[in-house]
Each structure stands twice: as C-alpha cells, then as structure tokens.
Design a protein around this ligand. Sequence first.
Ligand code: RBF
Length: 161
Amino acid sequence: MASALHNLSSYDATSVPSAKGMSFAIVVADWNDQYTYAMAEAAIETLKKHGADENDIIVKHVPGSFELIYGAAWMVENEQVDAVIAIGCVIRGDTPHFDYICQGTTQGLAELNLKADVPVIYGLLTCNNAEQAAERCGGRLGNKGTECAVTAIKMVAYGED
Ligand code: RBF
C-alpha cells in the first residue's frame, strides 16, 4: 500500500460500503485541467458505481489548487454533504512556487479536516513532471480520483458505524 507504484484504481470493491443515500461535494482545480478533470470524472464514476445518486454529487471549480482550501471550506459551510473531495494537481516548475502551493494547500486542507464536521478528502497530486501526473490520472498507476472516491465512501461510513 505504501509503494509509490501502488495502482490508485485497484481496490477490493467488496470492502467498500454502499454509497446509497450518501452525498458528496467535489471541488476541482482548473490548473492542469487535463489531469484534474480526469480525476474528477473517475471520482464521480466510482461514487455512482458504489450506489451514490448523481443528484447527490455537487461539483464546483476553483482556479488553482491553492483555492481548494477555500472551496472545500465553502462546501463544508454551505452544502449539506457527507464528505468533500478536493482535487488538484501541482506540477513542479522552475521556481520554488511548487513547494509553497503544495505545502500551503496540504496544511489548509489538513486544518479544515480537523475543524469540519465531515471528512475532507485529500486529492492533491504533487508531481515532478507531467508524465507523473498522467500516470496517476488514468495511466499505468490508475486514477487518483478513484482512490479519493473510495476513501470518501469509507470515511462517511466510518462516522455512521
Ligand atoms: N495551481 C495548481 O493547481 N497547479 C500548479 O501546478 C500550479 N502552478 C502554479 C505556478 C505558478 C508560477 C503560479 C503563479 C501559480 C500556480 N498555480 C498552480 C495556481 C495556484 O494554485 C493559485 O491558483 C494561484 O497562485 C493564485 O493566484
């Protein structure tokens, strides 16, 4: 499970509780949208596959990953959902900006997780290059969106036990 080469789409479907009656918000960053949209699509498909109704899935966009913090907090505050999935993809560039965005976004989402009444799922890809992103958005390492959806369902069920 800890392997960097873990396939993000491979999981034991029998271990996933039914998502029937559960509601979700997905916040998607538009930066690197060829990757983030693929993740969002996979997340939606996976939630539906496990029984969630399409009408119980809210999708809202933010400009970049850094805005996922506000976007996710807004969802927690304003929408009656059982879990929020934050989806973004940061790709290392020539400046240290990458590190600040990754660190800031991660810290913001972690803090929100502590405060929020519902789970906030961390769907931030932090990649050294576009190839690493492609591998995790439907490529040879699966799709991070699938993993996030499964995690969201399990965390909602965790609170219901
Ligand atoms: N947002 C992302 O989601 N992924 C990125 O790879 C990314 N790279 C950025 C690189 C630079 C130089 C800048 C200025 C912004 C970048 N952003 C990226 C956007 C960031 O998350 C946020 O939207 C902006 O910094 C807000 O002005």
